[in-house]
Design a protein around this ligand. Structure first.
Ligand code: GLA
Length: 391
């Protein structure tokens, strides 16, 4: 059984920064990956979502430079970036450095005086696992810039950071994200899920009481790689927009179930049905959590997974097996999470049964001859921040 621990490797990162750049970093910033508990593909339909931030995070060590140059390197990934701010932007660096450079560009565009800088990244958020390693990178880089300017990640600067992270992903990397990942990476708080309403961009904390209730959120990364820049996400998004246009509503949030059932084209009907029922399931989950109604929570999870598998068609055999095996081994509820087409599942498991459930998933994967999955425990953590190292 492989469990990915959320190690804090800040000391290692500071040492690596000195080795790579020849100087000590002045700021250490961080932002989390996330796992969404309910509300998939609802953010870009002006709907509701219920994510938590992971203890697994992306850390960035940074130091300003006098000469205006920008360097970006990673302890995990090859191919850094070296240039100036003028080289960052749409059509700017490819690959993973686009997320980092894109945020610098978007912050500068928003009027933030982004200095030249050296930046080194270290992350424990698995890449391609549907756990928002990209938003963690964007928000950690943005928080690092705010740290250099002595601006806390709060109030209007928190909003500015989210907007810059979303702009980097949409305009520089070319992935049409809906904004959930960046919002939770910034606004999350420990012990809570974040209920975000994309109709009016408001959010509130939802206490999970995991410890008191003896529950653990077990995430299983199926190792089937998921990438938002691939076509599947954009196609779903276009289907939703087309359904909203036919129903004459600005976004599917405004559509009723009856109206959706009347859509002529079968595929659009199924896509829209997922969205409107999934938004209801977010409300049901919040109510179930408040009342500690485990049956209602289990039902919402089962319905959500079925809806993503059958109506939205974003599951895959590995995700179906992970969910089925977890529930079969006693999980209260489980569903795939994130953008889908690979990635991770999340299960609500009694804390004393975590090992048993994880082992049952492993055995199922072995029997089906899938690659071995990786698990992690999603203890809900707080959002992005920074600390100064030189004062
Ligand atoms: C990805 C996107 C989010 C959201 C989810 C699906 O993570 O970045 O905006 O749409 O998929 O819920």
């Amino acid at each position: 059984m492989r469990i990915l621990e959320p190690e804090d490797r800040s000391g290692l990162l500071v040492g690596a920064f000195e080795h790579l750049t020849g100087a000590r970093p002045t700021v250490l910033a961080h932002a989390p990956g996330r796992v969404n508990l309910m509300g998939e593909h609802t953010d870009y339909n002006a709907g509701l979502v219920l994510p938590v931030a992971l203890p697994h995070r992306t850390r960035v060590a940074v130091r300003a430079r006098e000469d205006g140059r920008v360097t970006v390197q990673s302890l995990q990934r090859d191919g850094g970036f070296a240039g100036t701010l003028a080289d960052c932007g749409p059509g700017g660096p490819d690959g993973w450095t686009g997320y980092a450079a894109g945020v610098l560009w978007a912050l500068a565009r928003a009027g933030v005086p982004v200095p030249g800088l050296d930046l080194v990244v270290d992350s424990t958020v698995p890449v391609g696992a549907g756990l928002s390693s990209s938003a963690a990178l964007e928000c950690a880089v943005g928080a690092a810039v705010l740290g250099l300017l002595d601006r806390p990640v709060r109030g209007t600067d928190a909003d500015l950071l989210i907007e810059a992270a979303v702009a980097a992903e949409r305009e520089v990397v070319g992935a049409p994200t809906g904004g959930m990942d960046q919002s939770v990476a910034v606004h999350a708080s420990a012990g809570h899920a974040l209920l975000i309403d994309f109709a009016d961009d408001t959010h509130r904390r939802v206490p999970l009481h995991l410890q008191e209730r003896g529950l653990t959120l077990l995430v299983t990364d199926t190792r089937v790689s998921h990438a938002l820049v691939d076509g599947g996400y954009g196609e779903r998004r276009r289907d939703c927009e087309e359904a909203a246009r036919l129903l004459r509503v600005p976004a599917l949030r405004g559509a009723t179930r009856t109206a959706v059932d009347g859509l002529q084209e079968e595929r659009l009907r199924r896509r829209a049905r997922h969205v409107v029922t999934e938004i209801d399931r977010v409300r049901e989950s919040v109510a179930a959590l408040a009342a500690d109604d485990r049956q209602a929570l289990a039902r919402a999870n089962a319905d959500s997974h079925a809806s993503m598998r059958d109506d939205f068609e974003i599951s895959c055999p590995e995700l179906d097996a992970a969910v089925d095996a977890a529930v079969g081994a006693g999980a209260l509820g489980a569903r795939m999470t994130g953008g889908g087409l690979g990635g991770s599942s999340v299960a609500w498991v009694r804390t004393d049964r975590v090992a048993e459930v994880a082992q049952a998933v492993d055995r199922r994967f072995e029997r089906e001859e899938f690659a071995a999955p990786q698990h992690l425990v999603a203890t809900p953590y707080g959002g992005a921040g920074w600390v100064r190292l030189d004062g």
